[in-house]
Ligand binder design. Structure first.
Ligand code: FHN
Length: 468
């Protein structure tokens, strides 16, 4: 089995450090008359949340990348197609740790080109990339001092893909962010020993504290300090039995202490109740909520949130999953999410050769074409101030409303309800000359815009309303 490095000596040192920290923390908490978890909650960055969230709120669209050695079996184990999402194959096919590790030897993604990946995201109009530094299987995509189970020590590829991506992201002005799993099916102090069901939430590992203090925190320090500055630390796998709410608050403070302007998702906390992720709340750590594979019907008012979603039915590559969402569907989802004040984190699952599958690239490039013309109606916008509209969605910016028309009116008349403010002008966003479309107020709440007979864009035509 591939060993974690220098375990014994470091464990002694870490145990001493943990005891020392606990004594100091207990003393401080006593002095302040606080519970220790409240003390953790009060750890603040020198930046306000609004300052930290600014770029993210403007960005609206990001790329999720699930990539690891699960791309080698790509959904098939011992000639059997395994049910479920590709990156879960180790658990779903009950593969023992020692056997699963062998996939690392076959992981040689010679076609990987960081610049190409970043270009694909950039051309799609995405502003940030969140890649799995470590998924639940425990395999690390960077050169970690804490384990040999990483891309440098365990694969023939021996290139630090996170370092290469960090460089390309910097070059192309894309924010690099890391997904990092708290759950770890490989580590002996985490879920490694739970063979048959690594995801058994009734099981506890008596050494889990050691895993957190030494391994998890140590690796996060590497990730934040050696590849940064990062945009987001995107935690996951927080549902394991041994992870606690207090650990979540502690981790939130710890990561902010490494990089004070970083953003941290709500899954650093325990559970995802309501996907709220309010950092000031008693129940949740993290900066924003993360609804998965769904768009909340009315958004999450008053809370930052981001829908993460696959383009087919898996996050990690599965060679036989061809159930792709259409470009129309994805573009309308993007507008839907923006109209409810959220971000869209859209996933790609590259192959073991290092390629983003063509159906994903095609869809992303079509989305990018639409955004080149209509990006103003998505980036930096806020939720619809006029509620639901029957023909599509609405986004807003100071002095402007953007009407995203999915169903073009057959009679050439577009009714806009719930609009009491005066409208100065309406025009198609795609019309560079901004030729006005006729507007008529039919009552104090509603206007009608006369639009061209045929929809200029059959997926989503945007009309700009300039408000007085
Ligand atoms: O178990 C993971 C899954 O593999 C994938 O990474 C998604 C992405 O949000 N998160 C977990 C399930 O919530």
């Amino acid at each position: 089995m591939i060993k974690q490095k220098n375990t014994q000596r470091n464990v002694i040192l870490v145990t001493l450090a943990v005891i020392l920290c606990a004594l100091v923390a207990a003393g401080c908490a006593e002095m302040n008359g606080q519970l220790s978890s409240q003390g953790l909650r009060q750890k603040k960055s020198k930046f306000s949340k609004d300052e930290r969230m600014k770029w993210w709120r403007d960005a609206r669209f990001g790329m999720f990348i699930h990539w690891g050695i699960y791309a080698v079996p790509a959904g098939t184990y011992k000639d059997k197609q395994i049910d479920g999402i590709g990156e879960w194959i180790m658990n779903n096919a009950h593969i023992p740790v020692e056997e699963y590790e062998q996939f690392a030897k076959q992981f040689n993604p010679v076609k990987f080109d960081a610049d190409q990946w970043v270009q694909i995201a950039k051309n799609a109009g995405m502003k940030y990339i969140v890649i799995t530094s470590k998924h639940h299987d425990g395999f690390c995509l960077w050169d970690s001092k804490f384990t040999d189970y990483d891309i440098i020590d365990a694969t023939p590829f021996k290139r630090d893909v996170l370092a290469e991506l960090a460089q390309s992201c910097k070059k192309h002005g894309i924010r690099l962010c890391f997904y990092h799993s708290i759950m770890d099916w490989h580590h002996p102090d985490a879920q490694g020993p739970f063979y048959q069901n690594y995801n058994d939430t009734s099981k506890s590992n008596p050494n889990f504290d050691r895993y957190v203090e030494y391994y998890l925190k140590g690796q996060l320090q590497e990730l934040v300090q050696n590849y940064g500055p990062l945009g987001i630390l995107w935690f996951d796998g927080e549902w394991v039995k041994d992870w606690s709410r207090e650990m979540g608050w502690d981790m939130f403070g710890y990561v902010l202490s490494l990089q004070p302007d970083i953003i941290i998702n709500n899954r650093v906390g325990k559970g995802r109740q309501g996907m709220r992720g309010l950092s000031e709340s008693k129940e949740f750590a993290g900066d924003y909520g993360t609804p998965e594979q769904r768009i909340p019907p009315t958004g999450l008012p008053g809370v930052d949130w981001e829908t993460c979603m696959t383009m087919n039915d898996t996050w990690g590559y599965k060679s036989y999953d061809h159930n792709w969402k259409s470009t129309e569907d994805l573009l309308r989802k993007l507008a839907d999410i923006a109209s409810k004040g959220g971000n869209f984190l859209l996933n790609v699952g590259p192959t073991a050769e290092g390629l983003i599958p063509k159906p994903s690239v095609d869809r992303l490039s079509a989305m990018g074409e639409w955004l080149k013309v209509n990006g103003e109606s998505i980036y930096g916008t806020t939720a619809s101030p006029i509620g639901k509209v029957l023909w599509g969605r609405c986004t807003a910016k100071a002095g402007r409303l953007y009407l995203h028309v999915f169903d073009w009116p057959a009679d050439g008349k577009l009714n806009v309800p719930n609009l009491t403010n005066k409208v100065r002008k309406a025009h198609l966003l795609a019309d560079k000359r901004h030729r006005p479309l006729p507007i008529k107020r039919i009552d104090e709440n509603e206007i009608v815009i006369t639009v061209p007979k045929d929809a200029p864009d059959s997926i989503n035509t945007v009309i700009v309303l300039e408000m007085k």
